[in-house]
Write a protein that binds this ligand. Sequence first.
Ligand code: FAD
Ligand code: EPU
Length: 343
Amino acid sequence: MSNKHCSLKVNNTLGLDIGTRFLIVAKNKETILEAWKFSKFLKLPFLILGEASNVLFLEDFDGIIVLNRIKGIKVYEDTRTWKLHIGAGENWHELVQNMLTKGIFGLENLAWIPGTVGSVPIQNIGAYGVELKDVCNYVDVMHLNNGKIKRIYSNECNFSYRDSIFKNKYWTNFVIISVGFSLEKKWKPVLTYNDLKYLNPVTAWDIFNEIFLIRNRKIPDPKIIGNVGSFFKNPIVTQKKATLLLKYFPDMPFYPCINNQIKLAAAWLIDQCNLKGYYVGGSTIYNKQALILINTGQATPQDILSLAREIRVRVGKKFDIWLEPEVRFIKAQGECNAIEMIS
Ligand code: FAD
Ligand code: EPU
């Protein structure tokens, strides 16, 4: 059977024309377990996905892809907080909007991020001054070998910038089936991001609406232009390295972060290499945001890969900073090492 048997073109936000041997939509955990057993029986690779907004398929997938669509929204409260227990297959942005409508605030800075709830703990999604770790209470994971469910509390998740224990190789035979959130009833706006600072006084809806405008100015809608958001992570360097770079590039944006380290803006580094307008086949860099690689319509996975490699080499040679992909790379047999693929 051809791997293109099931097309994933509308099921990956890059809009790449790739396929998979089997595609299963799972509305409950039993279906996921059945699909896993099926993959073992056929000796085929297995991959769980949300909305494929953070993956780059390098070729057709030679196995079973399960789209997690486990739904369910439960809201509890105690005197101080709202507690949410959310099915992993709920759409993240719809959840944020739904909670605002109910008068439950705290997720608004993370609005408009594509994908499912089950994926948000994996890379500890972040935007405009808030990260998932700030609102996450627990993550429920199901072990595929025995169907047992384990609750992992936020303090055990090792959340850091675009990272968590769920990216560790140890977590290969599991799926996230629900996520718990804890939101303070006494809402405090987070306005630390520069473009939000002037919003004062402010409601959660103001933040939600403002973030729509900011994102619209620089992030393309994947329904119109295929993309995966930021392709690379922002690099984190030592103070010594940042000071050296600032000597030669005094305009370089930099953001102090934990452990005396400095986060740099990958978009700025790419921009300094004059890479906007550079094409590889059907892929190029988005003209309003250099960290976003786009499919102009006919891009192949190899186009995106070559473009990413070129960006990494140019930035590396100019700044001696070697960018790491944020996006997960998937080959026919499963995930592969993204850095190796573009080195
Ligand atoms: P997928 O891409 O489907 O999966 C990502 C990885 O998680 C894969 O390895 C997959 O196997 C695994 N996975 C998925 N679901 C499960 C599960 N239930 N259990 C176990 N493993 C699972 N990210 C940010 O942090 N901040 C942003 O501001 C942001 N903006 C974006 C803007 C655009 C336009 C786009 C396209 C992407 C953006 N992203 C951003 C990246 C992306 O939206 C997030 O990483 C999102 O959480 C991915 O969700 P998904 O359901 O599409 O995951
Ligand atoms: N910049 C340029 N050229 C550009 C774009 C930006 O020089 O083309 C410079 C500007 O100086 C700007 C700085 O880069 O001040 C940072 O840019 P921006 O504010 O757009 O944010 P970013 O660092 O590129 C990060 C996240 C986004 C998140 C925004 C808002 C990463 C890898 N990306 O982008 O997350 O939405 O901040 O918080 O951390 C994602 O992860 O997919 C994603 C979109």
